[in-house]
Ligand binder design. Structure first.
Ligand code: URA
Length: 200
């Protein structure tokens, strides 16, 4: 079976999940989207209001910024990446998901990563870093440094919503994303170019 087929088999299980208390107040479950054959995955925190309405990840203001970041890397969501969230249902009022909600949802994300088997995973913000790397990690300390684990390269960086609140974070994030491009060229596609970060 292809990765796409395996993801489509998983989808109804995730959509039917009632494991934590988030599902009743959410309009729909946001499974994730992108190219299942992509070698890079991006992991955010959880759906916001616009994602909850659309059923798609990162379509609100933070998503528009993520699209710009992807464009600067010469990545497109439907062609080069897969976009996931730690929790699949919107926490009410845009609060961060609670640890218990993260823990109940984590098997879905783990299964998605197992199927997609990305070489590189970009962790957007503290919730993703704490769920996947270390429960007490501080994003300000760990961002920008590769974590090599389970045969994957994990890059923690700030969440695009944090950049909207504090534009000074754009510079460190771009530095982290350039490291991702270096690694992508090294491990996936040496000819992957970008006008914003040309192959040297
Ligand atoms: N923030 C996230 O973490 N994920 C989304 O899908 C949207 C906003």
């Amino acid at each position: 079976m292809t990765r796409a087929e395996r993801m489509e088999l998983l989808r109804p299980q995730v959509l039917a999940c009632q494991a934590c208390g988030l599902r009743p107040s959410a309009h729909q479950v946001v499974f994730g989207e992108g190219q299942p054959e992509a070698r890079v995955a991006f992991v955010g925190e959880g759906p916001g209001a616009q994602e909850d309405a659309a059923g798609r990840p990162f379509v609100g203001p933070a998503g528009q910024l993520l699209d710009k970041m992807l464009e600067a890397m010469n990545f497109r969501r439907e062609r080069d990446v897969y976009i996931l969230n730690v929790v699949k249902c919107r926490p009410p009022g845009n609060r961060a998901p609670e640890t218990s909600e993260v823990n109940q949802c984590l098997p879905h994300l783990a299964r998605q990563l197992e199927i997609l088997d990305p070489v590189i995973v970009v962790l957007l913000g503290s919730t993703a870093v704490r769920a996947l790397i270390h429960a007490e990690a501080r994003i300000t300390r760990v961002r920008g440094d590769w974590v090599v684990r389970d045969g994957r390269w994990w890059m923690p960086t700030y969440h695009p919503a944090a950049l909207l609140r504090n534009p000074e974070l754009k510079r460190p994030v771009w530095s982290d994303l350039k490291r991702v491009l270096d690694k992508y060229r090294e491990l996936v596609d040496p000819s992957h170019d970008s006008p914003h970060y040309p192959i040297s």
